[in-house]
Design a protein around this ligand. Sequence first.
Ligand code: IPM
Ligand code: MG
Length: 358
Amino acid sequence: MSKKILVLPGDGIGPEIVAEAVKVLEAVDRRFNMGLVIDHGLVGGSAYDATGFPLPEDSLNKALAADAILLGAVGGPKWDKLEDRSKRPEQGLLDIRKNLGLFGNLRPAILYPQLADASTLKPEVVSGLDILIVRELTGGIYFGQPRGVRTLENGEREGYNTYVYNESEIRRIGRVAFESAMKRNKKLCSVDKANVLEVTVLWREIMEEMSKDYPEVELSHMYVDNAAMQLVRAPKQFDVLVTGNMFGDILSDAAAMLTGSIGMLPSASLDKNNKGMYEPCHGSAPDIAGQGLANPLATILSVAMMLRYSLDQGVAADAIEAAVSKVLDQGLRTGDIFSEGMTRVSTSEMGEAVLAAL
Ligand code: IPM
Ligand code: MG
């Protein structure tokens, strides 16, 4: 049966980077005879402008029916002032994650040797870096109830959110993390704030319990503040990190910069059957949208993750990753990874170069 892919370009630089990634997907589809059926939909601010909803029913239905989804990015200043929070672009993204049960977010941070100079950290600190952040994506403080802004008796307003995880939510992300560690260097660091937050005391307990099922994996625990520091001090001490939704959001941006540019980092968000949504870790970068300046490689590498995790096409995934490595060898760089002596290229030139290398 042919596989259905839904493409959701979103806002800002989303459409331009996704266009390049789709060309790459179509090329491997032809070359490896996958018979993919590729459809498009709206999400985020552009969806709100067109339909009044950041995740229109049509997009949600297509997403539910798809085997995998490729997403660009959502959000921008144009929609920041929307009073009704349920209409904000980011809500479209959160709703799709929640409705599809995409709880397992994999964010690899790999330093391409060709980009050692692009990192703001010393080459010896980051060279050879290869870590994987496993972020819980459909729970925690992002979704906890109650939440809101209320007015107290004295007339003062108070904002509140709830940080909550139940055992089964912790266990299922723990499973993803331990299994990932088994396929890598068998080191797992669980990040929490167990010195202050009860919810993460439970998190730590469950991770400890689960480690009995994975005797080969060396499990350690780290408070999130220390983890942030260690990530920039000595990132190579890590193999796999597992953490909750908000800590994972923050740490994955920090980890991204170790590799030179957040423009290089793909991600996968998986449900329990490995159906997934694939997107670059970066945002919609409205400041550079529409100018051909954005780096499409994170989105192209997200296509590689899609092929590997949801479509069982590991060889095609390898081919894309090799092609990306080759264009870097050729010295081609978008602005975010540009350094002296390299050739500066536009978004579409980078996409074309990857296609040629394929
Ligand atoms: C991310 C983004 C999103 C998040 C935003 C856009 C809602 O920062 O995917 O990391 O916080 O999860
Ligand atoms: Mg983020």
